[in-house]
Ligand binder design. Structure first.
Ligand SMILES: [Zn+2]
Length: 422
């Protein structure tokens, strides 16, 4: 954290560029090979030209990329020659499925079969090159909308020797393909320039946003994995994009170098229908753990208040309009809940010592779509907690039961909004 401003300052004084180590490593990954959005590119010659142009701009910037192959995107076996060109140019090819299915709407068996078919085909292509399929990328970055699906693919990937290649800089570069091609057809130079400018601006925002998220998570400059697609807008715009990346302190790095950074070892168990950036997945896990410990802390404070006979404090964690559900009926409102307890427990001795044991914690958190169209996890809005309560007394038998609490997280911290105790 201290080194960078110092290095910048030094570079300014002595008039040199930053030493290589001070630049942020970034891995370029290109999805949907050989050609993304094939419906716009039916012509064989055009597809060859597009491949040549993409490889040319990568070479110009001395980038060693990972290209992710989607077999459904090949127009016949002769297009294997396009994939061979990526290998000959020194890029690594990874598995990006056969049919580009959404895992969120596909069964585990069907999905794994599709991925395994694709892996076997790619392995056969790589074998004469003495290379193996090392990487897999989830289509649309959807890694599982249930915990069972998440675990099933992780087990399959491990068994088959593939590593999930995550994306840290998620973006919507693919969405510029159609407007770009329409602008080209129009022949309107102003329109073409405008689409190009929008592409660049959107990519700059995505790069900055995700880098900031990663850097905040790890409190240092984090290496990044950029998602791009093999399309015509990319062939035309990458040179400008890569030039900007270099000018803003990035250094193009290999998959091995980038993935060796320990940030990529931090676990996450993000389950959801959409595919956010790796940083957002990690952020959700950390936020969930933080929320869990806050709520557990709140319940311990509440139990301590009860045990010292302080019903006011005990009830202060209920929201103004909280609903209390018990076998004897419903009580609405914090004040009414307090009065109910007061009526039931006349003195401290009758209250005993309370302990609350959290049996299950579930954060309430969903998906939001950013202005640029990226899926990102929402903040944690609330939580539900299943807990066991126990009352013990020095001179008589205790009691125990269960409770289900619903809590809301707001400006004034966590508040219980619903409490079903039995
Ligand atoms: Zn894809």
């Amino acid at each position: 954290m201290i080194l960078k401003p110092f290095a910048l300052c030094l570079a300014f004084i002595i008039g040199t560029t930053l030493p290589a180590g001070a630049e942020r490593p970034i891995l370029v990954t290109v999805d949907d090979l050989p050609v993304a959005a094939g419906r716009f590119h039916p012509d064989t010659e055009e597809r060859k030209t597009l491949t040549r142009d993409l490889l040319e701009v990568l070479a110009r910037h001395e980038i060693q990329a990972v290209g992710l192959v989607t077999w459904h995107n090949l127009r016949g076996d002769e297009e294997i020659a396009l994939l061979e060109q990526w290998l000959e140019a020194g890029h690594e090819l990874g598995n990006h499925s056969s049919r580009h299915l959404s895992y969120s709407s596909t069964s585990i068996d069907e999905y794994v079969e599709d991925i395994e078919d694709a892996r076997a085909r790619l392995a056969a292509l790589l074998e004469p090159h003495d290379e193996q399929v090392r990487f897999f990328r989830f289509p649309m970055l959807r890694e599982g909308d249930t915990a069972e699906k998440l675990a099933a693919m992780r087990a399959y990937l491990q068994r088959s020797g593939q590593r999930n290649l995550p994306v840290t800089i998620d973006n919507q570069d693919w969405s510029f393909e159609e407007p770009w091609l329409e602008a080209l057809v129009s022949g309107d130079a102003e329109r073409i320039r405008a689409v190009g400018d929008d592409y660049q601006a959107a990519m700059h925002l995505s790069v900055r946003h995700h880098e900031r998220t990663g850097d905040r998570l790890f409190e240092r400059e984090t290496p990044q994995i950029l998602l791009l697609h093999a399309n015509a807008v990319g062939a035309a715009q990458w040179d400008r994009l890569f030039t900007w990346l270099r000018a803003t302190g990035h250094r193009f790095a290999t998959a091995d170098e980038v993935l060796a950074d320990p940030v990529f070892d931090e676990p996450h168990d993000y389950v959801g229908p959409r595919g956010p950036s790796l940083w957002d997945r990690i952020l959700v896990r950390r936020q969930t753990e933080e929320a869990k410990s806050e709520v557990e802390g709140l319940l311990q404070t509440q139990a301590a208040a009860w045990s010292r006979g302080d019903l006011d404090s005990f009830c202060s964690v209920y929201a103004d309009d909280a609903l209390f559900v018990s076998p004897s009926g419903l009580t609405q409102g914090r004040e009414e809940i307090l009065q109910r307890y007061r009526a039931k427990y006349k003195d401290r001795e009758g209250m005993g010592q309370l302990t609350l044991e959290v049996l299950q914690f579930e954060a309430v958190q969903g998906t939001e779509i950013s202005m640029l169209g990226d899926a990102r996890p929402s903040r944690i809005h609330g939580a539900s907690v299943a807990a066991r309560w126990r009352l013990t007394y020095p001179d008589r038998e205790g009691a125990e039961g269960l409770t289900l609490l619903v809590l809301r997280s707001g400006r004034d911290g966590w508040k219980i909004t619903q409490d079903a105790s039995m």
